[in-house]
Design a protein around this ligand. Structure first.
Ligand SMILES: [Fe+2]
Length: 443
């Protein structure tokens, strides 16, 4: 049947061009994978502009033998062009398997055949690599999208973690390079990352740009993270959070916790959010559970959109967190110490900052070997229409900073005590910063 996703050409100069190939209104587009609610489950998602009779995935372990069928459902929100967001869970997949799949509906049309690799059976023993970054849109995001696709399409990442501010669709009215509206930017953004997202689980968490559209025509319809909640399905159910706004999961030797720094804690910055008062209690319980399981899953990494330690206004002054960073510090830092969280990774500030392991505004060490505290990393400069933010003077906990290049980060978990963190300049894909955290997690 017809092609599922808009064609993406990756040019040698690193630019990504999203072809304006028309996708039929009932044909699948915006395909993306995510990790499911158990280690052997994956969620396959896509969009159709018109309703289809079914939401179907045909899959199997050979491209010519898609002999299994899974079905799911579609959900809609009240916004022109929002379409039908289909979600199908593939359960009980074998480890170490290449799963070929297509998505769609017999009448509406099916996609091309794609494939992804399931978790390795030895996960936790062999090194695993994850890409991690925040604040990635289309305009000015092209170099990062090209670099990420060059690895993601080759299966080099176990999965991707996007730390909020996804697509910058809500900046449509200030975008200089796009004449597209809110929903078109979302669709083009998915199409641009299709080489990665059809092969590699793409995990997300909410940023301020997901809170609503700035367009006066769509503010109400997109209000309160509606589009984020309808376009993505994260494994909150398995983590006891029951939402894609905040969740956790184990993968190999790491317990990952994704927070909403936008909502659901005292002093949260998105004032109009309908508070549920669930996240604070959930986080403490989840950390306690993860700490009790440390013999099996030694690393605990927490992620959220907004930073705790980051230089310059409005994040800090004279090395002391200010405004929302101070609010986050008051909430998170005692928990990070109590449960010995290895690292907190954020975006939001459009730059790269690596801090020394830090506690109460002071480095606990100037080495990442036996850090004695949580390592704070800001990787918010993947690229978007808003460009870079400059930061301020170095703080006492500043180790390295880049405020001029768009870039993205990766983590490689080598074993129970060694974790490699790298940051690359997207335009050249050259390694610009790297550390190895060496920890017995017992400080
Ligand atoms: Fe942000």
């Amino acid at each position: 049947m017809a092609v599922a996703v808009a064609m993406v050409a990756i040019l040698s100069c690193g630019a990504v061009v999203v072809a304006s190939e028309a996708v039929g209104r009932s044909q699948p587009q915006a395909l993306h994978l995510a990790l499911g609610n158990s280690a052997d489950a994956y969620v396959v998602s896509w969009l159709t502009l018109d309703e289809t009779r079914t939401s179907t995935v045909k899959y199997g372990t050979a491209p010519g033998a898609l002999d299994k069928i899974a079905t799911g459902s579609a959900r809609i929100y009240d916004h022109v062009g929002g379409g039908f967001n289909h979600f199908v869970t593939l359960d009980a997949l074998p480890a170490n398997a290449k799963i070929y799949y297509l998505v769609g509906d017999a009448e509406g049309g099916f996609s091309d055949v794609f494939f992804f690799e399931t978790r390795r059976a030895e996960a936790g023993k062999a090194p695993m690599t994850f890409a991690i970054y925040g604040d990635l849109g289309l305009d000015k995001g092209e170099p990062s999208i090209a670099a990420i696709n060059s690895h993601g399409a080759q299966g080099e990442y176990d999965f991707v973690l996007h730390l909020g501010d996804i697509s910058y669709a809500n900046d449509a009215i200030i975008s200089h390079n796009s004449t597209h509206d809110y929903e078109e930017i979302w669709r083009d953004w998915f199409a641009a990352l299709a080489p990665t997202m059809t092969r590699t689980p793409y995990m997300v968490m909410p940023g301020n740009h997901e809170s609503w559209s700035r367009s006066p025509l769509s503010g109400i319809q997109t209000f309160n993270f509606t589009v984020y909640k309808y376009k993505f399905q994260m494994p909150g159910a398995a983590a006891g959070s029951d939402t894609s706004m905040f969740y956790s999961f184990d993968y190999g030797l790491v317990h990952f916790i994704a927070l909403s720094t936008e909502t659901d804690y005292d002093g949260h910055p998105i004032d109009f959010y309908v508070k549920q008062y669930k996240q604070v209690n959930w986080l403490r319980a989840d950390l306690a559970k993860a700490a009790a399981n440390r013999a099996n899953v030694p690393w605990i990494i927490v992620m959220g959109h907004r930073p705790v330690y980051c230089t310059g206004s409005p994040y800090s002054k004279d090395s002391v967190p200010t405004e929302n960073s101070a609010t986050l510090q008051a909430w998170l830092e005692p928990l990070f110490k109590e449960y010995r969280v290895d690292a907190y990774v954020s975006g939001h500030a459009h730059r790269y900052e690596r801090q020394f392991p830090t506690y109460r505004n002071q480095p606990t060490s100037r080495s990442y070997t036996a850090p004695g505290g949580t390592v704070y990393l800001v990787s918010g400069g993947a690229g978007n229409v808003e460009g870079h933010s400059s930061g301020g003077a170095d703080a006492v906990w500043t180790a390295y900073k880049n405020i001029t290049d768009f870039g993205y980060s990766t983590m490689t978990v080598v074993n129970a005590t060694h974790l490699e963190w790298q940051w690359r300049v997207s335009a050249t894909d050259e390694l610009a910063d790297a550390i190895t955290i060496v920890s017995d997690h017992d400080w």
